[in-house]
Ligand binder design. Structure first.
Ligand code: MN
Length: 708
C-alpha cells in the first residue's frame, strides 16, 4: 500500500484524526528509510504504511498512527529517539521507544515458558497502544514472511503463534488473531495445512450453498416477524481453529464439526439510558428455536457468561436451516452490533482516547468550544421538542448505526432548527473519539466537557500492575513482584544462588542489592561458594519467599550454633564424671531415656540443652543415674538476669525464675512460664516456637511486674 491510499482511507473513516500530523510523520519516516529495502525488494517505507493501515481498524488515536509510521525509524536507521521527540513530542517518542523495548521479546524454539513471555510482552508494553502497533507490525511481517530466508520463517512463525496470536486472543482482537494463526499454520505445518485446505475447498463448495440458503431463510423469517436493521451473514471457521478441533477431539472428518461454518445474526444495539438491553437477542433465539430444531447441549450463552477475553454472543446449533438440500446442523450466533465489533477488535473497541492532548492546544480548544456550542444547541432543541429526542440522540451517539437516509433526515432537521454546518461538523469530529454521549443531565454534560479540556493522562493499561518480568543471562523469564530487587531475583532463581550471592549485575552493570528491577532487564547474580547471606537482606527483600528463605538460613545456622553449645555443656558434665566426651554420632544418646533415637533426635537433645530448655546435668543424670548421686542444686545452673525480679508467676512464688535463652523475652512482650524438671521456671515468649514441644501441663501463667 502506498501512503496516498492510506491517507484517503483515514480521511474517509477517521476525519477526527489530524491528517497534517500523519503527513509529517510519513515524510519523516520516508526520508529516514530512503534507500532501504525489505526482503521482498520493495522500498522499506511500504512496511510502516501497511502497519498504520492495519492499526486503523483498531480505533487508534493520532499519536498511535504517527508512532506506527515511525516505529522502525530508530531501529533500522540512524535516527535517534531524541529527534523523534523533538519533532513529534514525548507521547509519540514514548510509543516508538516502547516498540523498541519489545524487540527483546524473542522466543526460542519450543520454549516451555511461552506463558511468561506473553505476560512479559504485556507488562512491558505499559501503554496498550504499543501492543496494538506491535500486533499490526507482526501481522504485516507474517503476511510477507515468504520473502524471509527459510531458516528464519519457522522461528518467527513459532514466536508469533506463541506470543502475538495468543495476546491478540487474550485481548479479544479476533480479526488479527485468526489471520496470524492461519499464517503461522502455513509455515509451521505446511503438509497439514495443504491437506486441510484441500479438503476444505471441496467442502466449502457444498457449505457455501447451504450458508446462502440458511442466511436467506433467516433473513426472511426475521423480517416477517417485524425485525428491523438486522444483518445476517455466513462465515467459515478459520483453518487453524478447524485444525485444532481435529487434533483435540480426534474427529478425523470435517463433517463431524458442527460449527465449521456459522450463520451470524447481528441485531441493533438497544440502550435503556446507559444500560445495555439485550432482551431482543433472546427473543430472536426463541423465534429460531420455534422454527428449527435446536441440538441438545449445543446452546451456549456467552452473554450471561462471557468468555475470558470478553466475547459475548448467543450460540445455538440447529437442524433444518439448510432446507431439504442440506441436512447438516448449523451454528447460529446472535449478537448486537456492539458485541460484533467487540468480537472483531476486542479491547480496542472499548478503547476511547480523550481529545485533550498536549502540543495541539489551539486546535483542541477550538474543537472543544465548537463542540460545547453544538451540544448546548442540541440540549436547547430537545427541551423545545422532546419528541425529537430518539432520532437526535441516535444521530449524536450512535451515528454509525443509522442508515444514510436517516442521517440526512436528522441533519436536515437540525439545520432547519438553527444549527450551522460547523455545529454538525464539531459533533461529527468528536464522534470518532467514542467519547460523545448525550447526558440527560446538563451538569454531567459540563463535567464531561471539563474532562475533555483537562490535560489527559497517557492512556495506559497495565494488565499486570503488581508484577515484573526479568531475564536470566540465559533468557529465562523470572516473574517477580513489582519493586523486587536482585535479592528477590537470586532467591527466585534458586535458594542456593541467594545464599551464595556476592554481587548482582543488571544489563552487565553491578547494581546495589536494593536496586529496583525493571521489566525486561537481564539480571546476573555472581556467587561464591563460601559466601553467606546477610541478616540485613531480609529487610531489603520485597518478596516474602526471599525473606522466608533468608530467615530459614539463619534459623538453620542458629540450630547448628545451639547444638554445638549444647554439646559443649554436656561434655563438661561428662568430664566432671570422668567420662569420654560425645562422639560424632552421639552414640551415648542412642537409647536415651529407654527410647531408641535416631541421629536428628539426638541432635535435638543437644539443641534443647543449648537453648536452655533442658539442663545438661539432667541429661547426664539420665544416662548415668548411679554416678551422679550428689544432686546439684537447681540454683547453680540458673543464670540470674536483670529481669528475673521483674516477673510475676501466678501460683508458683517460690521457684527460681530464669529467662529462656531461645527467645530472650523482654518487657513488654507476652510471656509464659515453664516449670522445668529441675524445678525452676523458665520464661518464654508466648509465641516462642520451642513451646510446641513442651509439656502443656507444666505451663504457668506469667507476667511482667512492671505494668506496661
Ligand atoms: Mn516493523
Amino acid at each position: 500500500m502506498i501512503y496516498s491510499a492510506l491517507r484517503s482511507e483515514v480521511l474517509e473513516l477517521r476525519p477526527d484524526l489530524d491528517i497534517g500530523l500523519l503527513d509529517k510523520a510519513y515524510a519523516f519516516a520516508e526520508k529516514a528509510h530512503k534507500g532501504q529495502k525489505r526482503y521482498s525488494g520493495e522500498p522499506y517505507i511500504i512496511h510502516p504504511v501497511e502497519v498504520a493501515h492495519i492499526l486503523l481498524t483498531l480505533n487508534p488515536d493520532v499519536a498511535a498512527m504517527q508512532a506506527a509510521l515511525l516505529h522502525d525509524v530508530t531501529e533500522d536507521t540512524s535516527v535517534k529517539l531524541a529527534e523523534i521527540e523533538k519533532n513529534f513530542g514525548t507521547e509519540v517518542a514514548g510509543l516508538v521507544k516502547g516498540m523498541e523495548k519489545l524487540a527483546v521479546v524473542k522466543l526460542r524454539t519450543e520454549d516451555p515458558q511461552e506463558e511468561k513471555w506473553r505476560k512479559m510482552f504485556l507488562a512491558m508494553a505499559r501503554d496498550i497502544r504499543i501492543v496494538f502497533i506491535k500486533l499490526a507490525d507482526r501481522l504485516h511481517n507474517m503476511r510477507t514472511l515468504h520473502h524471509v530466508p527459510l531458516q528464519k520463517q519457522q522461528r518467527i512463525a513459532r514466536e508469533t503463534l506463541g506470543v502475538h496470536a495468543a495476546i491478540a486472543s487474550h485481548l479479544g482482537i479476533y480479526q488479527i488473531k485468526s489471520e496470524l494463526e492461519d499464517l503461522c499454520f502455513q509455515y509451521l505445518y505446511p503438509e497439514d495445512h495443504k491437506e486441510l485446505s484441500g479438503k476444505l475447498a471441496s467442502y466449502r463448495e457444498r457449505s457455501e450453498g447451504c450458508m446462502a440458503f440458511a442466511t436467506s431463510q433467516l433473513e426472511q423469517l426475521l423480517v416477517r416477524e417485524g425485525m428491523e436493521e438486522i444483518q445476517v451473514q455466513g462465515r467459515m471457521k478459520h483453518l487453524w481453529s478447524i485444525y485444532q478441533k481435529l487434533q483435540k477431539k480426534d474427529v478425523r472428518n470435517l463433517e463431524a464439526i458442527y460449527d465449521l461454518f456459522a450463520v451470524r445474526v447481528i441485531l441493533p444495539d438497544n440502550f435503556d439510558g446507559d444500560k445495555e438491553d439485550y432482551a431482543h437477542l433472546y427473543s430472536v433465539l426463541g423465534l429460531l428455536h420455534g422454527e428449527y430444531l435446536p441440538l441438545q447441549d449445543r446452546f451456549k450463552d456467552y452473554i450471561a457468561a462471557p468468555k475470558a477475553n470478553g466475547y459475548r454472543s448467543l450460540h445455538s446449533t440447529m437442524l433444518g436451516l439448510g432446507g431439504d438440500l442440506y441436512d447438516e446442523p448449523t451454528e447460529v450466533q446472535i449478537r448486537t452490533r456492539s458485541m460484533h465489533k467487540e468480537a472483531e477488535i476486542g479491547i480496542a473497541s472499548h478503547w476511547s482516547y480523550k481529545l485533550g492532548k498536549k502540543g495541539k492546544g489551539k486546535t483542541h480548544v477550538k474543537l472543544q468550544q465548537g463542540l460545547q456550542r453544538a451540544l448546548q444547541k442540541v440540549h436547547a432543541l430537545l427541551e423545545r421538542g422532546p419528541d425529537l429526542e430518539p432520532c437526535v440522540r441516535e444521530w449524536v451517539e450512535r451515528f454509525q448505526y443509522l442508515a444514510t437516509e436517516d442521517r440526512k433526515q436528522v441533519e436536515k432537521l437540525l439545520l432547519e432548527n438553527g444549527f450551522k454546518e460547523t455545529d454538525l461538523d464539531a459533533i461529527r469530529k468528536s464522534r470518532g473519539q467514542q467519547v460523545l454521549s448525550l447526558q440527560p443531565n446538563i451538569d454531567e454534560q459540563l463535567a464531561w466537557l471539563r474532562g475533555l479540556a483537562a490535560p489527559s493522562p497517557q492512556p495506559e493499561i497495565n494488565l499486570y500492575p503488581d508484577r515484573i518480568f526479568v531475564l536470566t543471562p540465559n533468557k529465562k523469564v523470572i516473574e517477580l513482584q513489582t519493586g523486587s530487587n536482585p535479592i528477590d531475583f537470586a532467591y527466585a532463581v534458586h535458594t542456593e544462588v541467594g545464599n551464595k550471592m556476592v554481587n548482582a549485575k543488571v544489563n552487565g552493570r553491578i547494581v546495589p542489592f536494593d536496586y529496583e528491577l525493571q521489566n525486561g532487564e537481564v539480571v546476573e547474580i555472581v556467587t561464591r561458594s563460601n559466601a553467606r547471606p546477610n541478616r540485613y537482606w531480609s529487610s531489603l527483600a520485597k518478596t516474602s519467599s526471599a525473606r522466608g528463605k533468608i530467615k530459614n538460613w539463619f534459623n538453620k545456622q542458629d540450630k547448628e550454633g545451639n547444638t554445638a553449645a549444647g554439646r559443649e555443656m554436656v561434655n563438661k558434665e561428662l568430664q566432671a564424671l570422668g567420662k569420654a566426651p560425645l562422639d560424632d554420632k552421639l552414640s551415648l544418646f542412642k537409647n536415651y531415656g529407654g527410647k531408641s533415637r535416631k541421629l536428628p533426635e539426638r541432635e535435638q537433645l543437644l539443641e534443647n540443652v543449648g537453648l536452655g530448655n533442658v539442663s545438661p546435668f539432667q541429661l547426664v543424670k539420665t544416662l548415668f543415674p548411679n554416678e551422679t548421686a550428689q544432686e546439684k542444686k537447681s540454683g547453680e545452673i540458673v543464670i540470674p538476669t536483670e529481669y528475673m525480679e521483674e516477673v510475676l508467676v501466678t501460683g508458683e512464688e517460690n521457684l527460681p525464675v530464669v529467662l529462656s535463652a531461645c527467645c530472650k523475652p523482654r518487657p513488654p512482650c507476652l510471656i509464659v512460664g515453664y516449670v522445668t524438671r529441675d524445678q525452676f521456671i523458665r520464661i518464654h515468649k508466648k509465641n516462642c516456637r520451642e513451646l510446641a514441644d513442651l509439656d502443656e501441663a507444666r505451663f504457668v501463667s506469667s507476667h511482667w511486674k512492671t505494668k506496661v
